[in-house]
Design a protein around this ligand. Structure first.
Ligand code: OOG
Ligand code: NI
Length: 406
């Protein structure tokens, strides 16, 4: 391989950093969230020592972010796949948020590294949702046609960016100048657009679903939130509240318990009003505001096996054993034998994915309305196979990836 190439691992770490700088400039409260997260993590590390790093080194956890984006068409999704593919991030898992409460007209996947060493180097992941514009429960025939026309006419990503992405994926990296250009174009593609929003079209979609309006009512996509990881989310929640930042009223996911940390716990501060310009019905352009983007933070635990996940979904955490040895013995969670440790030494495999219930909770806590849906209408079929076809690349099963890490 040629010397001096910027490899996907490095592209991913730099991409996460440059999106973080962008999001901090757009949503200043995000910088507070990162600052408080880092303070909490430093305190946990000081209090617990090496124990604090069992679910990832402090270097990994400090750099760790997940973002969320939303796109409108299968073609846009396939393009996103090429850009993230250049950074060694591949689609994992299928989430149908139309099943959530309230239902959201999207299906989703998460782009992330898939092997242990890459995750340890930088686990940047992006939850990516695709609008289901032909689902009659949400969109009547005329709205579907208008959506398809609007979405078909926009270009989210310039050809130069997509060409560089393909070059990176084929060649295993980019020359330094190309890497800089790739990162500049990729980051800019996820910035909030200054372009005026057509007020009546946006309002029409928002009455159906705020998420549909955020996707199909504007001319570009944007990072919707960027989430740092914290080692003690209860402490973080208290510190943010003490700083006067209004948080959603609860932490999503498994409750705080005297049990080993499993899966994912998340909380967020509410979406803030951001200035946007609108084109009114008479053609005039006026200043206004939209509240779509918010700040989320998360704590991660051990990945559950299919049996562990089924138990969690049916009965919650109360039904779980009190110790990691117990979880391991019952086949409920993924552990690796600690190579340097004693016979009972177990190394947890970190949960790297998302939880549909938490995702729905995060969506819902930031929606301006529940929207409207006619359950009697025809649902359109979307499953992992159809998402994989839209992506034009393999959709990984998260359980296969956890099993491969043991
Ligand atoms: C995605 C919400 C899902 C999470 O952390 O569960 C998500 C969105 O708001 O577009 O990011
Ligand atoms: Ni999130």
């Amino acid at each position: 391989m040629p010397e001096g190439l910027i490899r996907p691992t490095e592209l991913r770490a730099r991409f996460a950093r440059s999106l973080s700088t962008l999001y901090g400039s757009e949503v200043p409260a995000y910088n507070t969230l990162v600052e408080v997260s880092e303070a909490v993590n430093a305190d946990v590390l000081a209090a617990l020592g090496p124990e604090a790093e069992r679910l990832g080194s402090i270097g990994r956890v400090t750099a760790e972010r997940h973002g969320a984006i939303r796109v409108g068409t299968p073609e846009e999704l396939a393009q996103v796949g090429r850009i993230f593919g250049a950074c060694g991030m591949y689609p994992v898992g299928f989430y149908d948020l139309r099943e959530a409460n309230p239902p959201i007209p999207v299906v989703s996947t998460a782009f992330r590294p898939t092997d242990g060493a890459e995750l340890a180097a930088n686990p940047f992941r992006v939850f990516t949702s695709l609008l289901v514009s032909d689902d009659r429960r949400f969109f009547d025939a005329s709205t579907q046609a208008q959506l398809e026309e609007f979405l078909g006419a926009r270009r989210l990503f310039p050809d130069e960016l997509l060409d560089l992405a393909d070059l990176a994926e084929k060649g295993g990296g980019l020359e330094p100048v190309d890497a800089d250009r790739f990162l500049e174009l990729a980051t800019a593609s996820f910035a909030l657009s200054p372009e005026p929003v057509d007020r009546s079209w946006y309002d029409h979609l928002e009455a159906i679903s705020s998420v549909a309006a955020d996707i199909g009512g504007v001319a570009s996509t944007h990072i919707n939130h960027l989430t740092p990881r914290v080692l003690d989310i209860d402490d973080l929640y208290r510190r943010m509240t003490d700083r006067g930042i209004v948080m959603i009223d609860r932490i999503q996911g498994p409750p705080l318990a005297t049990k080993p940390a499993v899966l994912l716990r998340q909380t967020s501060f509410r979406a803030l009003a951001e200035p946007r310009t609108f084109r009114e019905a008479d053609g005039s352009v006026a200043a206004g505001a939209l509240s779509v983007r918010f700040g989320e933070v998360e704590a991660r635990g051990v990945a559950l096996t299919p049996a562990g996940r089924a138990l969690y979904d049916d009965q919650g955490l109360a039904a779980f054993p009190d110790t990691e040895q117990g979880l391991h013995a019952a086949g409920l969670a993924y552990y690796r034998r600690d190579p340097g440790g004693s016979d009972t030494g177990l190394q947890p495999i970190v949960y790297e994915d998302f939880l549909p219930k938490s995702a729905a909770g995060i969506f819902a806590s930031n929606l301006t309305s529940d929207g409207s849906m006619d359950a009697a209408q025809r649902a359109s079929v979307r499953d992992a196979a159809s998402l994989q076809e839209a992506l034009g690349r393999p959709l990984h099963d998260p359980y296969d990836l956890y099993a491969a890490q043991i």
